[in-house]
Design a protein around this ligand. Structure first.
Ligand SMILES: *[C@@H]1O[C@H](CO)[C@@H](O)[C@H](O)[C@H]1NC(C)=O
Ligand SMILES: *[C@@H]1O[C@H](CO)[C@@H](O)[C@H](O)[C@H]1NC(C)=O
Ligand SMILES: *[C@@H]1O[C@H](CO)[C@@H](O)[C@H](O)[C@H]1NC(C)=O
Ligand SMILES: *[C@@H]1O[C@H](CO)[C@@H](O)[C@H](O)[C@H]1NC(C)=O
Ligand SMILES: *[C@@H]1O[C@H](CO)[C@@H](O)[C@H](O)[C@H]1NC(C)=O
Length: 524
């Protein structure tokens, strides 16, 4: 009761007036394209509701309705108590949100318009916040922004602390966090660890909070250290994938499948030993065997029924071709074809690309393929950088598209890389020509499964992936030049994740650190 009284006593109308620059005390992460703050605090009505009249989108599959329910869940479980509100002016009750979506469809494809406009002003009777978005997915992001403006007070009413106008742009296409779950259905887990379905779902939820994984999220299948082929053969696994895809899609997150060939595919041979060069020399996949490509064709054909995303990832990284020369059968085949190890690698990758293209996909390949035979790659290839900085510059000069994931700055399993480094990694560094800038379609932070399992996946991803989320979401001129300028805002976001049950690690240390001692969440 005492708390109740104190907080009521402290509640007071909040007066915040800002110009077009980002107001320092608006704790939204990642920062929308523009924010214009009003000067009132609104109280959320007990029967806060969703209105959709005038919306073209009819929500037949309930994506918006579910998004709104999730919004209510997060704002009502929010247990942060704000002290500095002053007197309560409960006359300013916010009755709900009016969402207008301008297009009917709900296809989540590369290039989907995810921008939104969110207006929260104390106008009308009853008062509604207004969201306008081109697609349902923009509207979902607007709901995330709204949720971050909500606070709880002990008078049981939630309040929206900052009314105003929020415009969510969408600067870069590709904003990804990468997960590599070992697949359900495996009996033995080797060096890649199993991620449970509930945990993966939880990670998807947290990705939506950070609007990070807007365009897609990615799983890699059939990795050598997984028991990949089980997946393809088992109806259960397909059900599992469909379920995940469905779950992610309803949160505006796409799933990109990776079929990494010819390296990292040793496990394929557990089911099909003919894919190994020999029993003793098991990777890369046998380049000389037609069956290898038949199988790739079969898998991609299956993929194309499940994953409708424009791209498929064909890997192509870390290929040690020595088994090909060490296996007489393959050595002879290469000789007949006039190939050596290096040109056989090229032959393999290009052949796999053709198969993927024939299934309607555009292809993503790791940068090794570009480094070896960039000119030969299909022009629709997106080159995925990882080895280091400066690669995007080369790729776009060659006229190909690029995704940036330089491991020195954006690999989450590098535990001593701090969030400031994640924040400052600019994919367009040294790329100044607008037509070349356009070819950098975005970036990806990677969390490799050999270093994470259910026990530490969330701490490994958060909060550092959030730092990259702002880099990818926000237009460059609006990003802080000095990451320390946004410490308090990202710290707020980390605490918000914690409040929502996400085990985001303290900011203070690099990956997975524990709090250093007692003290507020905001100081860790
Ligand atoms: C608050 O904002 C409204 C509308 O933007 C404006 O008319 C009013 O003068 C502002 N009040 C204060 C106290 O700044
Ligand atoms: C998704 O990708 C498309 C294609 O580049 C891009 O136009 C769009 O802005 C992206 N959406 C977001 C939110 O990045
Ligand atoms: C492989 O063959 C190509 C083309 O004939 C040649 O340029 C390259 O140097 C060869 N590589 C090796 C490692 O022998
Ligand atoms: C950009 O150019 C500067 C100056 O040449 C260089 O020091 C830096 O390493 C480059 N950055 C990248 C990511 O290549
Ligand atoms: C980090 O820890 C140090 C002491 O260990 C403390 O002084 C500081 O306030 C903490 N928080 C941040 C965000 O640096």
């Amino acid at each position: 009761m005492i708390w109740h009284a104190i907080c009521l006593g402290l509640l007071f109308q909040l007066i915040l007036v800002f110009g077009s620059n980002y107001p320092k005390n608006v704790n939204i992460w990642p920062m929308p394209e523009s924010v214009e703050l009003g000067n009132k605090t609104l109280f959320i009505s007990k029967d806060f509701n969703l209105k959709t009249d005038a919306s073209k989108y009819k929500d037949h599959s309930g994506i918006l309705k579910d998004g709104f329910t999730r919004l209510l869940d997060v704002i009502t479980s929010n247990n942060v108590i704000e002290y500095n509100f002053g007197k309560v002016d409960q006359s300013v009750l916010l009755q709900g949100i009016h969402v207008v979506i301008l297009s009917e469809g709900d296809e989540l494809q590369y290039g989907v318009d995810e921008s939104y406009k969110l207006n929260i002003y104390p106008k009308g009777n009853p008062i509604y916040a207004h969201i306008e978005a081109a697609t349902i997915y923009g509207a979902l992001h607007a709901l995330q922004t709204f949720s971050q403006l909500c606070h709880f007070n002990l008078n049981t009413r939630k309040l929206v602390r900052a009314c105003g106008m929020y415009l969510g742009g969408q600067y870069r296409s590709f904003k990804i966090c990468l997960l590599l779950p070992t697949l359900v259905g495996c009996k033995t887990y080797t060096s890649r660890h199993y991620q449970s379905l509930p945990m993966i779902k939880k990670v998807i939820d947290s990705m939506a909070y950070a609007k990070l994984i807007i365009n897609l999220s990615r799983w890699r299948y059939l990795h050598s250290q997984d028991c990949g082929m089980v997946l393809i053969q088992s109806q259960n696994a397909i059900q599992w994938l469909l379920q995940l895809k469905f779950y992610a899609q309803r949160r505006g997150i796409n799933v990109l499948a990776e079929l990494d060939v010819p390296g990292h595919a040793r496990s394929w041979g557990i089911g099909y030993p003919a894919l190994w060069p020999s029993k003793t020399c098991q990777e890369p996949l046998d380049v000389s065997n037609d069956f290898t490509f038949k199988l790739i064709n079969g898998v991609l054909s299956d993929f194309s029924k499940i994953f409708k995303y424009r791209f498929v990832h064909l890997g192509g990284d870390e290929v040690d071709t020595s088994c090909w020369n060490l296996t007489p059968r393959i050595r002879n085949w290469m000789k007949q074809k006039g190939l050596n190890e290096s040109t056989a690698y090229e032959y393999f990758v290009l052949k796999a690309q053709k198969i993927a293209l024939s299934h309607g996909y555009e292809v993503i390949n790791w940068e090794e393929t570009f480094n070896h035979f960039g000119n030969e790659l299909d022009r629709k290839t997106v080159v995925h950088n990882w080895l280091g900085g400066g690669v995007a510059e080369q790729v776009v000069k060659a006229g190909l598209r690029c995704i940036v994931s330089n491991q020195d700055k954006w690999y989450l399993d590098h535990l001593n890389t701090d969030w400031q480094t994640f924040y400052m990694n600019e994919p367009l560094e040294n790329i100044t020509k607008p037509e070349q800038q356009k070819l950098v379609i975005g970036g990806e932070v990677c969390a490799w499964a050999e270093h994470i399992d259910v026990s530490d996946i969330e701490q490994t991803i958060w909060p550092r992936a959030a730092a990259a989320a702002e880099r990818l979401w926000t237009v460059p001129d609006k990003l802080a030049k000095d990451p320390n300028d946004v410490t308090s805002r990202i710290s707020n976001f980390r605490c918000l994740l914690n409040q929502r049950g996400v085990a985001a690690a303290p900011l203070n240390l690099s990956g997975r650190g524990a709090p250093t001692g007692p003290g507020s969440c905001y100081l860790q």
